[in-house]
Each structure stands twice: as C-alpha cells, then as structure tokens.
Ligand binder design. Sequence first.
Ligand code: NAP
Length: 254
Amino acid sequence: MSLEQRKTVLITGASRGIGSEIARRFALAGYRVALNYNTSEQQARELADLLERQLGVCAGERVLPVRADVADRQQVERMFDEAEVHFGGVDVLVNNAGIAQQKLFTDLTDDDWRRMFAVHVDGAFYCSRRALQGMIQRHSGKIINVSSMWGQIGGSCEGHFSAAKAAVIGMTRALAKEVGPSGIQVNCVAPGVIDTEMNGALSAETLEQLCEETPLGMLGTCRDIAEAVFFLADSRSDFITGQVLGVNGGMVIG
Ligand code: NAP
C-alpha cells in the first residue's frame, strides 16, 4: 500500500483476543490502526509496540492505542477525535468489543441486561454513527460488526448476549440499506466458538461438547475471524453489503 493509499482502521476491543488478531492483520497489510481498549491498557500498548517493531516504524506512526468504553458516547466521540487528529479519517470501522456472561434468564439482573446491550448495541451504534460522518462525506467506507452465531440461533443461558448480538445483525442489515447509496458497505461476521479468554468460564467438558457439535470438529481461532473481517474490509468484497458471514465450522448453516 503506498503512502497516499494507506487507509485507517479503527478496531474496538483490540487489546486482547479476536480484536488483537484483527489489529495485527490490518497493520501487517499496511493500514494505520487505531487500536481501542477499555481496561487492558498494558496489553494494548504491548501489542502496539510489537506491531511497530515488526513494521520497523516509530511509535505512533502506524498504530495508535486509544482508550474508550464503547458504551459511553462521550468517550467514543473523544476516541474518534483522537484517531482522526492522528491519522485522518477512519476508512474502516470494526465493531468488535464485547463481553460475555452465562446466567439463567431468570437470574439476570436489570444491570446485566443493560450492560450487555450497552457494550454490544450502544457501542456499535455510537461508533458507527460517529464513523459515518466522515464516510458519508468521502462517499466511501466499510463497517464490519462482530456478532455471534448465538445471535442467529440463540444460546441457552446467554439470553441477553444472544438478544444483543441479534440486534447487531438487525442494525447491520438496516444500515447497509441506508448507506449503500453513499458508497458504504456494512457487514457482519458471526463467529462460532473461538478459542479466547471470553470462553474461559466454560468448563473443559462444555468446550469438548461444543467441539463435537461442530461439523468441522474443532474450535475456531482468532485468525479465522481476522481473515473474514479483513476480507469484508478489502476491495474484493466491494459488492457485498448487509450480509452475515458465519465463521463457525458449520455449526450454523444458512
Ligand atoms: P475477549 O478475548 O474477552 O476480548 C474482549 C475485548 O473487548 C477486549 O479487548 C476488551 O477490552 C474489549 N471490551 C470489552 N468491553 C469493552 C468496552 N466496554 N469498551 C471497549 N472495549 C471493550 O473476547 P473475544 O473472544 O476476543 O471477543 C471479541 C468479539 O467476538 C466480541 O464481540 C464477542 O462477543 C465476539 N464473539 C466471540 C466468540 C468467542 O467464542 N470468543 C464467539 C462469538 C462472538 P479491555 O480488555 O481493554 O477492557
């Protein structure tokens, strides 16, 4: 990618897990990366350092760690301001930040429910609305939302997570129709079970059972998701919008 062509991606929840692998994929492909974190500042800074060492560039030249709780509109606005001052407009937004919680539906508190929606749905809404200001002006841009297969088929003891991830799919489809005429693509990746800290609360037996239920007989990796997200940001997918790309080993088909 030449200097003039170099694009900027903002990835939420890029300090760990899937988001950090997405950040690595874009950085190594030549993008400028605004790497969002909320609580894991040290991990975000270590990842930025590592990537810049690999790229042989100075601190802040290609990777910028930016803190924001995506559930907080003001923090999101400040994060975009910071990224734009540093790198210019955001060409690609990846709404990846997420939390997980397993609980019986009848045990969910109001706060459990609200926080799940605040991070996944409000977060994607605040970030997308802010990113669209520049994208609409430039008549180009890509938004990729990370949902979940549980948002497609529902997961037992994950009622609030499944509902929030289904909302992300609904938002993806509606927004794709609305901003398609402005030259912007909006798509969604719906991971199956991916080997990250998010599944740390699941027992070895549960993970083994999920593996067995997966036609390909294995858990997915962060790299599987990063490649799918990267494809949806790339010019190879310019005629694809409003879609949900399942990356789930065959667990959900269609
Ligand atoms: P993870 O390893 O637990 O990492 C979660 C990331 O989200 C961290 O970087 C965390 O940042 C960030 N985050 C959480 N709350 C945030 C907030 N309020 N504001 C900003 N960042 C926040 O999770 P993961 O497995 O990589 O999951 C990434 C995405 O994939 C999530 O949307 C998740 O729902 C989705 N997904 C995962 C799986 C799976 O099996 N792992 C399956 C389906 C979908 P800090 O640590 O800095 O706070």
